[in-house]
Structures are given as structure tokens and as C-alpha cells.
Design a binder for this molecule. Structure first.
Ligand SMILES: Nc1ncnc2c1ncn2[C@@H]1O[C@H](COP(=O)(O)OP(=O)(O)O)[C@@H](O)[C@H]1O
Ligand SMILES: [Mg+2]
Length: 241
């Protein structure tokens, strides 16, 4: 089953200056799909186009078989799609609890239960719930960003470089947590620059460059692909974990 599909998407920030020149990506239900590629390839633009934050001028986006091209971004939560931006994904001057409550304000009577369940899932955040989010470590801030995404009970999470700037250990924790969500049926579409780590854990991978699809395939195959290894994995072939 496919959850989220971008088909031949043309999108950009300025009319007649497309950044994405016909990109196609499919996120299978309850799988981890990773998008990699050089800086400026259009990875963030693709995620934003799917989330309704960058206008799509060609092609289409479908969610569970229904076309949602150019959705109102504030409708994405109701559609069950959460987006974790690449940067500035939490409010540093607010407490952890206030950050979560911002997202939970639409949850009505369920808000308290959901907050409770998020604090159960993320005990480190619960312990610090009255502290300002800016005081958290980088890894904890990413977990808070993920917790804010989970607060809407999403079926699909779009994550833009969740491990950027983290220690290898914290990066692995965030990626493994994302993967664990697929066991509950959540679909993950991830942009990553930690290529090895991402390929070891993802199901499927797309490589973008210059606003176009380059290569795609099962993640474990790309991990062992000599050309991909040469370009993205530092020239060494990597054994699957
Ligand atoms: N807000 C913006 N306004 C105009 N151009 C942008 C904006 N954000 C990104 N771009 C341009 O779009 C291209 C792709 O950027 P991006 O999608 O962020 O790449 P990636 O995430 O793969 O590094 C780059 O040339 C970048 O300069
Ligand atoms: Mg980016």
C-alpha cells in the first residue's frame, strides 16, 4: 500500500523558476523511505511541497489514493500528516510542556491523555517539562520535535534531516525511534545526510540531484551499490548491519 505519493512534481519558490523539475517519490505505508542527495538537490523543497508549504505547479501529490496537491498546510494535521522541519522545529523560549500544548491545543478533550502518553514515551522530556526547550541537548530537542509531530496522531511523518547536528549516538537514537514507529503502522518519509545510517535502517531510498530523480531502490541494495558507495559513502563499500 502506498501512503504518500509525489508524481512528476514541479515546484519552486518563484514562478517559472522550478527547483523540482518533475520529481516522483512514493512512501509505502508503514515503511521508512529515505531521500538523499547533495546540498541544494531539492530534498527540503520536495518535503515542503508535499506538506503544502511550497506551491506545486505541475504533477500531483496523493495521500492514501486521494489527490491532495497544494493542500492548505494547516489542513495537513487533520489529514494525518505531520511535518518536522529541518531547523527551528521547536520554540526554544517556551517550556517543553508549552511546546507540546501548542500542538495539542486542537486535540480538545483528548489533549491531556495525549500529553500523558507522550511523556510516557519520552521520559527524558517528562522530567524536564517545565524547563525551556532551548536548554535541552540537541538530541532531546529532536525528540521534542518528533513528540510534537506525534501529538497529532499522524499516519505519515515527514522528517527533514532529523539527525542533523547530532552526535552519532543521538542520531542513531532518533533514526531508530522513527523506524520503531512503522511497527505501529506509521509511514516515515525522511530526508537524511547521514547516508550510511539512513540506508541501514530504511526500506526504500531515493537519490535526488538538481531537482530530479537520479537513482532509487531498496535501501539495502543501494548500500551495496558501488556507484552509490563511490558518490555518497566515501568510496568504501559498506556491509549491511
Ligand atoms: N525559501 C527559498 N527561496 C528561494 N529559493 C530557495 C528557498 N529555499 C531553498 N531554495 C533553493 O532551492 C534549491 C533547493 O534547496 P533545498 O530544497 O533546500 O535543497 P536540499 O534540501 O536538497 O539541500 C536551492 O538552490 C536553494 O537555494
Ligand atoms: Mg534540506
Amino acid at each position: 500500500m502506498t501512503a504518500l505519493v509525489a508524481r512528476n512534481v514541479v515546484a519552486g519558490y518563484v514562478p517559472d523558476l522550478p527547483i523540482l523539475k518533475g520529481v516522483s517519490v512514493t512512501a509505502e505505508t508503514a515503511k521508512v523511505t529515505v531521500i538523499i542527495g547533495p546540498n541544494g538537490a531539492g530534498k527540503s523543497t520536495l518535503i515542503k511541497a508535499m506538506a503544502g508549504l511550497v506551491p506545486v505547479s505541475g504533477g500531483s501529490v496523493h495521500l492514501n489514493g486521494t489527490e491532495i496537491t497544494n493542500p492548505r498546510p494547516d489542513r495537513m494535521g487533520a489529514l494525518g500528516v505531520a511535518y518536522v522541519p529541518q531547523s527551528d522545529n521547536i520554540f526554544r523560549s517556551l517550556t517543553i510542556r508549552q511546546n507540546l500544548d501548542l500542538v495539542l491545543r486542537n486535540a480538545g478533550a483528548e489533549a491531556a491523555d495525549r500529553r500523558e502518553s507522550l511523556f510516557t514515551q519520552f521520559p527524558a522530556l517528562a522530567d524536564k517539562q517545565s524547563e525551556r526547550a532551548g536548554a535541552l541537548s540537541g538530541g532531546q530537542r529532536q525528540f521534542l520535535a518528533v513528540a510534537m509531530a506525534l501529538a497529532i496522531n499522524p499516519s505519515v511523518i515527514l522528517m527533514d534531516e532529523p539527525s542533523a547536528g547530532l552526535s552519532p549516538k543521538a542520531a542513531q537514537e532518533v533514526l531508530e525511534y522513527a523506524k520503531s514507529l512503522t511497527e505501529e503502522g506509521v509511514t516515515i518519509l525522511l530526508v537524511e545526510q547521514n547516508v550510511k545510517q539512513a540506508l541501514r535502517l530504511a526500506d526504500h531510498c531515493y537519490i535526488l540531484a538538481d531537482g530530479r530523480n537520479q537513482v532509487e531502490g531498496p535501501a539495502h541494495e543501494l548500500l551495496n551499490d558501488p556507484v552509490v558507495g563511490q558518490i555518497y559513502l566515501g568510496g568504501k563499500r559498506v556491509a549491511p548491519a
